[in-house]
Design a protein around this ligand. Structure first.
Ligand SMILES: Cc1cc2nc3c(=O)[nH]c(=O)nc-3n(C[C@H](O)[C@H](O)[C@H](O)COP(=O)(O)OP(=O)(O)OC[C@H]3O[C@@H](n4cnc5c(N)ncnc54)[C@H](O)[C@@H]3O)c2cc1C
Length: 336
C-alpha cells in the first residue's frame, strides 16, 4: 500500500477569539441540553462561546428530574447562576413546551444573549424562541467578533459570513467543533427556580426509538471512519466496524450510503447530517461532494481510500490511497 501526501487546502481553522467586552453588560442564558442525567457535550462548547462574549452566564436546566444535571453544570467555569425548571412537561425536550419557558426566562431576567449547541435539540428549540421574541435566530456560529457580530459558515461551508445583528436579543446556536469544551472550576453558583411558563402545549410526546450503540459517539470521537456508496451494501460496513474496533473509532457514512439503506441516518456526516472534526477522519468509498465535505473538512488529518484517482475527496485529503477498498480495508485492518 502506498499513501500519497496531498496539500491541505481544507484547513480553514475555526475562528475563535476571545472578545473582551468593555464593561460588557452582556448577560447570557445557556440552554442546557442533557440526556440520561448528564450534560451533553455540545452545551460545554456553547458555554465556551458564551464565555468568549463576557458577562454573566445563567444556565437553565429543564426536565422532569433536573437536579443532577443542574448540579453538574454548576461546576463549570463561568456559570454565575443556575435556573432549574422542574416539570414533567419538560421531560422529553418538546420545543413547544421549552420555547415558552425560555421566552419567560428572557423576559423576566432580561438576557442579552441566549446560547445553545447547534444540535437537533438547539435547532429545534431556539428558532421558536427567536420567533416568539420577534428577533432573528443566528445559527451555527463558529466565531464571536463582538456582542452583536458573529461568524458563521454559509453555502455548505464554502463561504464564511460575518453577520452583525441589530436585534436587542441575540438567539444563537453554536457549532460544537469551533469552540473547545468548557472546563470545570471551583464554582458554586446560586440555584433558583426558573420562572413559571405555560406548559399546555399543542403537541404531545408519544414515544421515541433510539439507536443504542456501545461505539464511540460520532460527535465527540477522536477518530472517525466513514463509508460511502462505494461500500455497495450494509453488510460490507462490517469491514469498517472491524477497523474501527482496532483504533477505537466511530463509524460514519455519506448521505448516499444512508439513502441506499446501508446504515442508519444517525451516521450521516455532512451538510444535512452531523458535523465532525476528529483528529483522524478516514473516508472509504466516498467521492467528496461538497455537502459531505461540509461535515468533515475541519478534521485534523483526512485519509481517503478510493479507486478513482480523480475523486474530489483527494483534494482535501492529507493522505490518499488509490485502491479498491475491498482490498485496502482488510489489509489496513490487519496491519493496524
Ligand atoms: C441539499 C443536499 C444536502 C446533502 N447533504 C449531504 C450530507 O449531509 N452528507 C453527504 O454525504 N451527502 C450529502 N448530499 C449528497 C451529496 O451531494 C452526494 O451525493 C453524496 O455525498 C455522495 O455520497 P458518496 O460519496 O458516498 O457517493 P458517490 O458520489 O457515488 O461516490 C462513491 C465513491 O466510491 C468510490 N468507489 C466505488 N467503488 C469503490 C471501491 N470498490 N473501492 C474504492 N472506491 C470505490 C467511487 O470512485 C466514488 O468516488 C447532499 C446533497 C444535497 C443536494
Amino acid at each position: 500500500m502506498q499513501f500519497n501526501q496531498f496539500s491541505q487546502p481544507h484547513q480553514t481553522r475555526p475562528i475563535f477569539q476571545r472578545f473582551y467586552a468593555s464593561a460588557s453588560g452582556n448577560s447570557s442564558l445557556l440552554v442546557v441540553e442533557h440526556r440520561n442525567g448528564a450534560v451533553d457535550g455540545s452545551t460545554l462548547n456553547a458555554l465556551t462561546a458564551a464565555q468568549a462574549l463576557g458577562g454573566d452566564i445563567t444556565a437553565i436546566v429543564a426536565g422532569g428530574a433536573p437536579e443532577t444535571v443542574a448540579k453538574e453544570i454548576a461546576k463549570y467555569n463561568g456559570i454565575t447562576k443556575v435556573l432549574v425548571a422542574k416539570n414533567d412537561a419538560y421531560s422529553h425536550n418538546l420545543p413547544e413546551t421549552l420555547a415558552p419557558l425560555l421566552v419567560e426566562a428572557q423576559k423576566k431576567l432580561g438576557f442579552s444573549h441566549v446560547f445553545a449547541g447547534h444540535t437537533a435539540f438547539g435547532k429545534n428549540v431556539l428558532p421558536r424562541v427567536a420567533a416568539l421574541l420577534d428577533v432573528a435566530a443566528i445559527s451555527d456560529i463558529t466565531g464571536i467578533e463582538g456582542a452583536d457580530t458573529f461568524v458563521r459558515p454559509i453555502y455548505a461551508g464554502n463561504a464564511i459570513a460575518t453577520v452583525k445583528s441589530s436585534d436587542s436579543i441575540k438567539i444563537i446556536t453554536v457549532r460544537g467543533t469551533a469552540f473547545p469544551a468548557a472546563t470545570t472550576a471551583q464554582n458554586d453558583p446560586a440555584h433558583e427556580a426558573a420562572p413559571e411558563a405555560d406548559t399546555a402545549a399543542l403537541s404531545e410526546w408519544i414515544g421515541e426509538e433510539l439507536i443504542k450503540s456501545d461505539r464511540p459517539d460520532l460527535n465527540s470521537a477522536k477518530r472517525v471512519i466513514s463509508g460511502g456508496r462505494g461500500m455497495k451494501n450494509g453488510e460490507n460496513f462490517q469491514m469498517l466496524y472491524d477497523m474501527a474496533d482496532k483504533i477505537g473509532a466511530a463509524v460514519g457514512a455519506s448521505r448516499a450510503a444512508v439513502d441506499a439503506g446501508y446504515v442508519d441516518n444517525s451516521l450521516q456526516i455532512g451538510q444535512t447530517g452531523k458535523i465532525v472534526a476528529p483528529e483522524l477522519y478516514i473516508a472509504v468509498g466516498i467521492s467528496g461532494a461538497i455537502q459531505h465535505l461540509a461535515g468533515m473538512k475541519d478534521s485534523k488529518t483526512i485519509v481517503a481510500i478510493n479507486k478513482d484517482a480523480e475523486a474530489p475527496i483527494f483534494q482535501v485529503a492529507d493522505y490518499g490511497l488509490v485502491e479498491d477498498l475491498f482490498k485496502a480495508v482488510p489489509e489496513l485492518t490487519q496491519k493496524l
